[in-house]
Design a protein around this ligand. Structure first.
Ligand code: GDP
Length: 301
């Protein structure tokens, strides 16, 4: 249901265009595929993914001897689901059974990182876990206060220092404090200023180093938060982060705010990082674990 609601914009646009396509082209020919290609690229599926998909569809059409365009509709959703559901990709968060799980959130300012941390905190609180948040974005004005607002809303402690302090020192404090509270989950915010890429990446490395010095297996997840409404830009952000940081999963936010939700396919296909969570609204509950089947269902139903 959440997927259906959150994907309304994408579905209206995509299904609308597909229906027009089927109405316009009765037979599955070269022109049909050209139009389909345009629709998919327009939905931000990404050129290389679209070309792959079209090739596979052409093969299927030959194999199944499909002539009429209406017959190809189920094949398209089948192929989309296949592309999304790459085998072996685990969308589960790596949560420790014993001891504390540390999750680091990285990503550019404005993508929805703080909101996501708040939603994730709420998600774990609902499971009766003890959660602590670390205000590791000491750079952006207001970032610490914003996290505190979420902390109050969710009922979770926020470990902070003053603005401008060393984020690695904040993390050190946060781990000590979370330990003292016997916390299950520590959620760490980080800075997102990409204007100074080299410094940011160095900062993230230092933060990770301090965390793993205190807790050898940690961070257990490094989640890169990307904004679905920025389309192909999100892909290039991911590539930048991937070059220097080990990202273990992606959170794709604001899927509800775009008609071009095909970006999920581009991300799944062009990056070697699983999409683990998706943001489907501004509310505290509007976060879902990614599920390929539900996603495709949400697109077509
Ligand atoms: P940050 O700078 O990355 O920490 O971004 P914020 O968490 O402050 O979010 C920026 C804006 O995006 C806020 O207005 C959020 O309410 C909004 N936002 C975050 N996630 C979602 C989402 O999944 N859907 C929608 N519609 N808005 C979102």
């Amino acid at each position: 249901e959440k997927f259906k609601e959150g994907l309304a914009k994408t579905r209206d646009s995509f299904v609308g265009q597909m229906n027009e396509l089927f109405a316009q082209y009765r037979s599955v020919d070269e022109e049909f595929f050209e139009e389909l290609e345009e629709i998919l690229i327009g939905a931000d599926v990404g050129v290389s993914t679209v070309l792959e998909l079209i090739d596979e569809l052409k093969d299927e059409v030959k194999l199944r001897n499909i002539k009429d365009s209406t017959e190809i509709a189920p094949v398209i959703s089948e192929k989309l689901a296949e592309k999304l559901d790459k085998s072996g990709e685990d969308t589960e968060l790596n949560i420790q059974k014993d001891g504390m799980t540390v999750i680091l959130f990285v990503g550019v300012n404005g993508v929805g990182k703080t909101t996501t941390i708040g939603k994730v905190a709420h998600f774990f609180k609902e499971q009766d876990k003890t959660v602590v948040m670390a205000a590791g974005d000491t750079f952006r004005a207001g970032a610490i206060e914003q996290l505190e607002v979420w902390g109050e809303r969710v009922g979770v402690d926020v470990v902070k220092q003053q603005a401008g302090s060393d984020p690695a020192a904040v993390m050190y404090d946060a781990i000590q404090s979370a330990r003292a509270k016997q916390a299950d989950i520590l959620l760490c915010d980080t800075a997102g200023r990409l204007q100074n890429k080299v410094n940011l990446m160095k900062e993230l490395e230092k933060v990770k180093r301090v965390i793993s010095r205190e807790l050898p297996e940690a961070p257990h997840e490094v989640l890169l938060v990307l904004d679905a409404t920025t389309g192909q830009n999100a892909l290039s952000q991911a590539k930048t982060f991937q070059e220097t940081t080990d990202v273990s999963g992606i959170v794709l936010t604001k899927l509800d705010g775009t008609a071009r939700g095909g970006i999920v396919l581009a991300i799944r296909n062009e990056l070697d990082i699983p999409v683990k969570l998706v943001g489907l609204g501004e509310g505290i509950e509007d976060l879902q674990q990614f599920d390929a089947e539900q996603f495709v269902y949400g697109l077509f139903k």
